[in-house]
Design a protein around this ligand. Structure first.
Ligand code: CAA
Length: 399
């Protein structure tokens, strides 16, 4: 198979993670649901799930992730903020505008929100590369931020979670080059969707799993048909992880399509590093694939000069398979300690408190509500008044 040469060094220059304030133990959830804990911890591959505090949302998480990047780079070079989410807070105004303001980015910035279920973040990454290709001095802040929330006592409840990943996309990136070429697949299907009047999705869980697998296979085949790398060329693989076992199912399908045995040992060797963070955070929709990438980079051996294959899936559905080529020395740019700390400092939450947060509602009648401080991150939702969300930046004293 002819190898792809990287002709345009455009890609991820920096990458940072944020998650929510609380962590619910799935053992406790299993007990409450009368389910064997092994179904969640082994069958789904989840140990805990992030539960955002009442004063957190996709804006506060995205801003918390992006703040780490903006603190280290010249914000004046960021000309575009693309925020991908499927838990938007407004039907019209982009959440990216709130983040641009909270970060103090110049007004000479473009700020937009993108949506296609969990795939939206990958579309933002690809569109960002196009903007940088057009003007190599242009940097794009790509934000993926989501809160995965299902009906209480539904099958999806064990796959909830929340996180944001921020990526700075630039020319001559320090972390990973986006390889040219990708495999695409789109099909109009109803496996998971959320009508405007609902706060939780409609989901056909079994159908969504089989459509994910079919979409992954078709995206891979399109990638191959367009002269993509051979499967053996990839040093590692990352998959969208609604629950970590889904990555195992998808990788097994990929190996089987290529006539490669997919035993547990091979799957663990290929995937274990990518699932460490997602197992603790849960699903984070648009962010999930990139949380998996960060988990891989923070735990794997040095992948400098090697390629990582990524499979992005968004219900409804769109899938894309593409490659990242790791830039030599990329490990010095990782935030491994900060990523681990963001996950470790989550406060364990009781089932009762989890249910109270689920029952908490912001006003929808235009009345005012000032929110008590519940979270501890750098940004919080302070109030809702006149149908508007008011955020505040905290000035945290670094330990
Ligand atoms: N010990 C170990 N394993 C056990 C077990 C036990 N005691 N009890 C059950 N299991 C295993 C089952 O055998 C099963 O494994 P396999 O899939 O390998 O057969 C696994 O645990 C799950 O059990 P069920 O299939 O019976 O679980 P379920 O039907 O109650 O729910 C689900 C699973 C459908 C995925 C559900 O969690 C759900 O609807 N989730 C939301 C939708 C979702 O995540 N879809 C994924 C693809 S769509 C996508 O990726 C987009 C997105 O982000 C949403």
């Amino acid at each position: 198979m002819e190898r792809i040469d990287v002709v345009s060094p455009i890609g991820i220059h920096d990458i940072a993670l944020a998650t929510g304030h609380y962590a619910l133990n799935l053992g406790e959830l299993a007990e409450r649901r009368g389910v064997d804990p092994g179904k969640y911890t082994v069958g789904l591959g989840q140990t805990t799930q992030t539960v955002p505090a009442t004063d957190e949302d996709i804006v506060t998480m995205a801003a918390a992730a992006a703040k780490q990047i903006v603190a280290e780079h010249d914000a004046g070079n960021i000309r575009t903020v693309l925020l991908a989410t499927e838990t938007g807070i407004d039907q019209s105004k982009a959440a990216a505008v709130y983040v641009q303001d909270l970060l103090g980015l110049p007004s000479s910035t473009r700020a937009v929100e993108l949506k296609q279920a969990c795939y939206g973040g990958t579309s933002a990454l690809q569109f960002a590369a196009g903007l940088v290709h057009r003007d190599p001095d242009h940097q794009v802040l790509v934000l993926t931020s989501d809160i995965a929330k299902y009906d209480v006592d539904s099958a999806g409840e064990a796959t909830q979670g929340a996180a944001a990943v921020a990526m700075l996309v630039s020319a001559d990136p320090a972390v990973a080059v986006l390889e040219p070429g990708s495999g695409l697949y789109t099909a109009n299907v109803q496996d998971f969707w959320r009508p405007n009047y609902r706060s939780t999705p409609m989901v056909d869980g079994k159908l969504s799993v089989s459509l994910y697998l079919e979409a992954a296979e078709q995206a891979w085949k399109d990638y191959e048909a367009r002269g993509g790398r051979a499967i053996e060329d990839f040093a590692a693989f990352c998959y969208h992880q609604p629950f970590t076992r889904m990555a195992y199912k998808a990788h097994a399908r990929l190996l089987e399509v290529h006539g490669i045995g997919a035993d547990q040992e091979r799957l663990d060797a290929d995937l274990a590093h990518t699932t460490v963070y997602n197992r603790l955070i849960g699903n984070s929709y648009t962010a999930s694939l990139y949380v998996g990438l960060m988990s891989l980079l923070d735990h794997a051996e040095d992948l400098s000069g090697r390629s990582v294959g990524l499979l992005s899936y968004g219900s409804g559905c769109v899938a894309e398979f593409f490659g990242l080529s790791m830039v030599p020395g990329y490990r010095q740019r990782l935030r491994t300690a900060a990523n681990r700390a963001a996950i470790a400092r989550r406060e364990p939450i009781s089932y009762e408190r989890y249910r109270a947060i689920r029952d908490f509602e912001l006003p929808v009648d235009g009345s005012s509500k000032v929110l008590e401080a519940d979270s501890a991150g750098p940004f919080r939702l302070r109030a809702v008044t006149g149908h508007s969300r008011m955020y505040e930046a905290r000035h945290l004293i670094q330990a």
